[in-house]
Design a binder for this molecule. Sequence first.
Ligand code: GLU
Length: 418
Amino acid sequence: MAGDVNPFESLQEQIDDAAAYVDVDSGVLERLKHPERVLETNLTVEMDDGSIEVFKAYRSQFNGDRGPYKGGIRYHPNVSRDEVKALSGWMVYKTAAVNVPYGGGKGGIKLDPREYSASELERITRSYATELRPIIGEDKDIPAPDVNTGQREMNWIKDTYETLENTTEPGVITGKALESGGSAGRVEATGRSVMLVAREAFDYLERGMEGASVAVQGYGNAGSVAAKLIDDLGADIVAVSDSSGAIYNENGLDARAVKQHKRETGSVTGYPEATEEFGNDDLLTLDVDLLVPAALENAIDAELAPDVSADVIVEAANGPLTPNADDVLTERDVAVFPDILANAGGVTVSYFEWVQNRQRFYWTEDRVNDELERVVVEAFDELTDVYESYDVPNFRTAMYVVAIRRVLRAAEEAGTWP
Ligand code: GLU
């Protein structure tokens, strides 16, 4: 794990790499590489035993040229100002890649949620929502789930916001439970776009999915759903991992049964049908047809990249490859399909949720999945068009070219003010 690679610098390098193929003024480019503003706050919260704890929390609003800021909120001990800035920038280029009318934002609280009770987490979340209140809103900035947050936290934030504003505004946040204004298909959406991109990628590269071997690093919401849906395409999920380690079976693991095992025991390890168990890095270097990194950023660095043996990588996590790892893999002709496309299903169905909230009219799950497929396939085709018509080194740069052009056009049309 490349803990010392700063994800904000990775983001800036990725933007520079793609900007070389786009006609952009250097001042405008500078703006596209920095957030518009970052809220940094210290939440002071009473614990169950009456003591007081202080938590560092952030919200970065990176760019709003294409619409309200949009992006998740993560709870993790590694949350930092630069991580949140990077993640908010990736959201700008993600929403532009799939052409949903949003800018990019991201927030986080530095804590390990496993160390707190549900009532402590509720007070922490409501305190954070109170800090966010002046800067969020369905036309301003719309948070969503990210690492270690889900429907429960989104419902608390919505309730805090609506109570303080004395209104009903379900579109202030997405990823809510169905009864609180959530959308059918939202929970599975990130994993679904990973599956769709894997399917399109294999088709484009003229490789068969049937019987292809697949390794998935990370078995949270994105990884476990991606594994299940890729399994349904006829591929063999030979290895999966979580923070406890990796499990392997060369004949394929039953992705649903592994999920059930994790639900019951808390981890994927100890799954009875696995023939071997090993560490996370060993999973990342397995000789498989498809590798899906679905955990955190910097999973593969320049040191590990020469040992990666997969032919195709589809990024379910945000920023799982460092730029130096990317260079090594490009050199080695490994086809990497980038996060800003592959995991964009989450924000795309967040967009559908927001549209439904504003219309107070709700769609069927089939409609959500059909519209998602249309968006992802269209973006994939734009990526391959640029890949074939520009002399770009890899699919990531091609996708950034598509995205940056869109952000630039919106910025130029808006002009400079005052
Ligand atoms: N946290 C997710 C992401 O990184 C979803 C964001 C959203 O739905 O706004 O894309």
